[in-house]
Design a protein around this ligand. Structure first.
Ligand SMILES: Nc1ncnc2c1ncn2[C@@H]1O[C@H](COP(=O)(O)OP(=O)(O)O)[C@@H](O)[C@H]1O
Ligand SMILES: [Mg+2]
Length: 376
């Protein structure tokens, strides 16, 4: 089928800061970001999601209910996006819905990953074909199921002149290494992005995040705490690798903070910011030493203190947001646009994973297709 047209991407990452909705048009030479919308989680549902994300168990009743309730919110996000863009649902070829991750365990003896937000409900509510459940096919093929954005990063950000790294700082941070030569694209989750900083800020300041990193900037890094955080084996593992907030979470932090009960709160925050900056910088220097330019997306791009710290540690490599280059798009919408693009890949029978990145045995067509009703 002809693939070019309008697609919607729906993304809610581990930060659970809301649902990002992006309307894109695809062309043989690339994509255009046409319209965007951020849809907040209702407070009660956000609370239920956060409670499940930090727990390893959940009743089937609770699972079924939040699966359905998430889908209602994803539907609402897509419908509000169309409403504000003034485009009818009939013009949209598909919605790519990532779903809300509840658990990600790709490396356990029995590997699995779980994203919720029933795609049937989204297809029924919107009247649009939905592509969802992107990660499990890659895991079935022996991969990590993550990160899945690198193929999109390649399509959008590859430069024949510069070796680029795309750094996405969401709850978890991940990099995509895009050599100018076009081959050997690699990428992996480097570890925590904003998730530990957000959790600490919520606990100590009752704020969802540290705006611009100003609170962290008031503190000093506590070197023994930073060293203790850096001891985690995840940072030493070679790629392919991926992780989530079922691992890097408040309990992970509290277990390491117990040795240092006297550290002022803002020094903890400064140390958590340093943890993200150090682990991201080391990942880039170790695995992409020849980088000419780093482009940053995800909410972490708005953390001025973190961006300054990354620039300092990676100097002289320039670090800038993804809209800093011609044809780039705002850091806030790269992931949502990626899942719109991945829906197009799936509908046209094209693979969406990069086996060099996820470790899968071969490229796979990602996700399941939940077709719209054909007029009955
Ligand atoms: N102005 C800001 N200053 C500092 N951090 C910010 C700002 N805006 C967003 N963030 C961070 O970005 C996070 C959301 O990033 P996002 O890319 O949506 O992550 P995810 O994919 O995990 O949902 C917030 O939780 C917060 O940590
Ligand atoms: Mg988000």
């Amino acid at each position: 089928m002809a693939a070019e047209g309008y697609y919607i991407g729906l993304m809610s990452g581990t930060s659970m800061d809301g649902i990002d909705a992006a309307l894109i048009s695809t062309h043989p030479t690339g994509i255009r970001l046409l319209h965007t919308l951020s849809h907040p989680w209702p407070a009660a549902l956000e609370q239920r999601l956060r409670a499940q994300a930090s727990r390893a168990s959940c009743t089937l009743q609770e699972y079924g209910e939040i699966d359905h309730l998430c889908a209602q919110q994803f539907s609402q996000a897509a419908l509000s996006l169309l409403d504000s863009a003034g485009i009818p649902a009939s013009r949209i070829r598909a919605i790519g819905s990532h779903g809300q991750t509840l658990y990600h365990h790709p490396s356990s003896v029995v590997p699995f990953t779980l994203q919720i937000g029933d795609p049937s409900v989204i297809a029924e509510n919107t009247g649009i074909t939905v592509v969802a459940d992107f990660r499990r096919r890659d895991i079935a093929a022996g991969g990590q199921g993550a990160p899945l954005v690198p193929a999109f990063h390649q399509a959008l950000f590859h430069s024949p002149e510069k070796n680029r790294v795309i750094l996405n700082i969401g709850g978890i941070a991940n990099i995509t290494v895009l050599p100018a030569a076009g081959d050997c694209i690699t990428g992996f989750d480097t570890g925590p992005g904003n998730c530990l900083m957000d959790g600490w800020c919520r606990k100590s300041q009752n704020q969802p995040y540290d705006a611009s990193g100003e609170w962290a900037a008031q503190g000093n890094v506590h070197p023994p705490l930073l060293q203790s955080l850096l001891q985690d084996d995840y940072f030493r593992q070679s790629p392919p690798k991926s992780t989530g907030t079922e691992y890097f979470n408040q309990e992970w932090l509290e277990a390491r903070l117990r040795q240092y009960p006297e550290i002022p709160d803002h020094d903890v925050q400064a140390s958590l910011l340093a943890l993200t900056a150090v682990t991201v910088s080391q990942a880039i220097l170790n695995w992409a030493g020849d980088t000419d330019e780093i482009l940053v997306c995800g909410g972490g791009a708005h953390n001025r203190q973190l961006m300054t710290e990354l620039s300092r540690r990676l100097s002289p490599i320039p670090v800038a947001p993804t809209d800093n280059i011609a044809g780039g798009i705002s850091p806030d919408w790269v992931e949502a646009a990626a899942f719109a693009w991945l829906a197009k890949q799936t509908l046209t029978g094209a693979p969406g994973n990069l086996p060099e990145v996820t470790g899968a045995r071969h490229p796979v067509i990602l996700g399941g297709i939940y077709p719209k009703n054909q007029g009955f």
